[in-house]
Design a protein. Structure first.
Length: 208
């Protein structure tokens, strides 16, 4: 579904595109206690390949991370590109690297949400000072949450609970104001952001 995941974006590739990197300060977890090392193995090769008795096979094994001390690794606090889960983001407790930096200098921009919606929503935002990273992220988050709330209030065929779903476990299509299909809001992540200054459009790569 990669093609569908990339729908919230400007389609004209001839326009100037400015990438807005999503940089998150690294927060350590139990996963940081280990790192992965490539392991090379040899396996028997089919005898019909004359002169080749063995072939290389690669796999990865976890080994202790020596830099992990007292619950922190050597990457703690460093900025790294990462995704943002729409349902989990907390504007009061986030780890954005540069939340207050102006990343769109224009005094207005438009944003279209069309994934995973059958009926897209377009909004215009205005500000005399331009827009900071935290403002842009918050606009996306709050708009998605509003869309899902309104959909649940206006649809007559309700969302099938996860435990009752079969197959791919995808969210059923509902017939509310936006016609959400395929994914619960808990599935959605902001993967990339781009700005198109000629059209004042914010482009988004939304994954699921």
């Amino acid at each position: 579904m990669k093609e569908q995941e990339r729908m919230n974006r400007q389609s004209d590739n001839s326009l100037e595109q400015i990438k807005i990197p999503i940089l998150i300060l690294h927060q350590c977890s139990d996963d940081c206690a280990f790192k992965y090392k490539q392991k090379q193995e040899f396996t028997n090769q089919c005898k019909r390949f004359v002169g080749l008795s063995k072939s290389k096979k690669y796999s990865f094994v976890s080994v202790p991370n020596k830099s992990y001390v007292n619950g922190r690794c050597d990457k703690y606090g460093s900025a790294e590109e990462n995704d943002i889960f729409i349902s989990r983001f907390d504007i009061k407790n986030h780890h954005l690297s540069y939340p207050d930096e102006i990343v769109i200098k224009d005094n207005w921009y438009i944003m279209t949400i069309n994934y995973p919606l059958n009926k897209p929503l377009t909004r215009k935002y205005e500000s005399e000072k331009g827009f900071t990273m935290i403002e842009i992220i918050n606009n996306i988050i709050e708009t998605y949450r509003e869309i899902y709330r309104i959909e649940n209030e206006t649809c007559t065929n309700k969302v099938v609970p996860i435990k009752e779903r079969v197959g791919l476990m995808n969210r059923n299509t509902t017939n509310g104001e936006f016609g959400i299909w395929g994914h619960d809001i808990e599935n959605l992540v902001i993967e990339e952001l781009h700005y198109y200054p000629q059209t004042h459009e914010l482009g988004m790569f939304i994954g699921s």
